[in-house]
Design a protein around this ligand. Structure first.
Ligand code: ATP
Length: 396
């Protein structure tokens, strides 16, 4: 494999691009990857107790992350939780107040941004308006003193990979938002950096384009394999793209895990309610010794959790794990009906309470209207319990 790769790179650098591109166009993706990333460098990213303070405000507190080479990690959390600050510190655009940052084996705290070999893509693309797409793609390579023929080869390879080769002569203002976004990604890929940093790169796109581009981004990463950190507040992007998700809140890590673990075993109430749409229902209950009391109703306790009688806990259950029918263990009254096409989302208040609400989902064929009284049954295997004070998961 390596010999064919180096042959291809030599062809490109000698200007016999036709041969190289013929090879690319027949779909030999791994060879294209090698053109883009001809050198194999370890690109782990390690944050060791990193903090960032702005005056008396601590934006980032003691963050420790160890991102293996080639993985796609997503930082997710509500607005202001510190996602962009972490990315900017890795890029070298933000000072680190304390802690150590490593890219590969190199401690980079004091290394200027341009020497860190990372490429960052922002939400607003930040393309050079007076340059064509080709010039935008080539800019970073020229700055590094790459030879002309080689630049042309790489620009063409990236453009074909992102399906923007037909746009190379256009200026950014002559492109749609989605096309501009691809150019911004292409500019980063062309540099073949050790690390990609993507800060909400899809948030300016409309819903359909966003879904499409998200899928393409995932395929692209599996082809190029560059260590990637991706920031979003959109938990669907986090779930679909990530090898590992880092959930942040108020500058602190709440949980690190693969998407399935984050979804099924949230470390605390914040993660349980942030990830998932609609979010996990959280019900304030009191353990009676044999059941969970909620208002005047008692739900059966059939999960074997080790609790003390009269202990207050929060019971968590996702909408898809609640059976909704005319009868059940918990009586509720429907307050909102939202047909979504494939299913109907319901909002319902627990009977005899004024302020305990649940999100439910039922098949589109089920006839439900506001004011209906329904009965719920929870799947006991899917119940979580949380500490009502600190919010940590107590069970399972
Ligand atoms: P969003 O999703 O809204 O972009 P975020 O999670 O990326 O938010 P950051 O932009 O990283 O959040 O900001 C984290 C915290 O640091 C916020 O409370 C913000 O107000 C604060 N912060 C960021 N930059 C500065 C600054 N230059 N001076 C003071 N506080 C700042």
């Amino acid at each position: 494999m390596r010999s064919s790769v180096s042959t291809l790179i030599e062809f490109t650098s000698r200007g016999t691009r036709g041969i190289a591109f013929m090879t690319i166009s027949i779909g030999c993706l791994f060879t294209m990857d090698r053109i883009l990333c001809p050198t194999f460098c370890m690109a782990t990213v390690r944050l060791d107790q990193i903090s960032r303070r702005f005056g008396k405000t601590t934006a980032i507190a003691d963050i420790t992350l160890d991102i293996p080479d080639g993985e796609f990690w997503v930082l997710v959390g509500p607005s202001g939780c510190g996602k962009s600050t972490i990315l900017r510190m890795i890029a070298g655009l933000e000072e680190i107040s304390s802690g150590d940052l490593y890219i590969g084996d190199r401690r980079v705290n004091d290394i200027p941004a341009r020497q860190r070999d990372v490429a960052m893509v922002f939400q607003n693309y930040a393309l050079y308006p007076h340059m064509s797409v080709a010039e935008n793609l080539a800019f970073g390579l020229k700055m590094r003193g790459m030879e002309g023929g080689q630049i042309q080869g790489r620009v063409q390879a990236v453009a074909e990979m992102l399906d923007i080769a037909h746009l190379l002569d256009r200026k950014p203002r002559q492109l749609s938002g989605g096309q501009q976004q691809r150019v911004a990604l292409g500019r980063a890929i062309a540099r073949s950096p050790q690390v990609f940093l993507l800060d909400e790169p899809l948030s300016n796109l409309d819903a359909q384009l966003r879904d499409e581009t998200r899928a393409e981004l995932k395929q692209l990463h599996s082809r190029v394999g560059i260590t990637t950190l991706y920031v979003t507040h959109d938990q669907v992007e986090a779930m679909t793209l990530a090898d590992q998700i880092v959930v942040l809140d108020q500058g602190r890590i709440q949980q690190i895990g693969d998407p399935r673990t984050i979804y099924t075993q949230p470390a605390n109430r914040m993660v349980a309610t942030f990830v998932g749409s609609p979010p996990m229902n959280i019900l304030p209950v009191v353990y009676t010794g044999s059941g969970f009391q909620l208002g005047s109703q008692v739900l059966p306790e059939d999960i074997g959790a080790k609790l003390q009688p009269n202990q207050r806990v929060e019971l968590g259950i996702r909408p898809e794990h609640i059976q909704v029918g005319p009868e059940g263990d918990l009586a509720v009254q429907v307050t909102l009906v939202e047909p979504l096409g494939r299913e109907i989302l319901l909002r319902a208040v627990v009977a005899d309470t004024l302020d305990v609400f649940l999100n439910l989902q039922v098949p589109i064929a089920q006839e439900v209207k506001v004011g209906d009284r329904l009965g719920l049954r929870f799947d006991p295997e899917q119940i979580c319990l949380f500490d009502p004070g600190c919010g940590d998961r107590l069970y399972p």
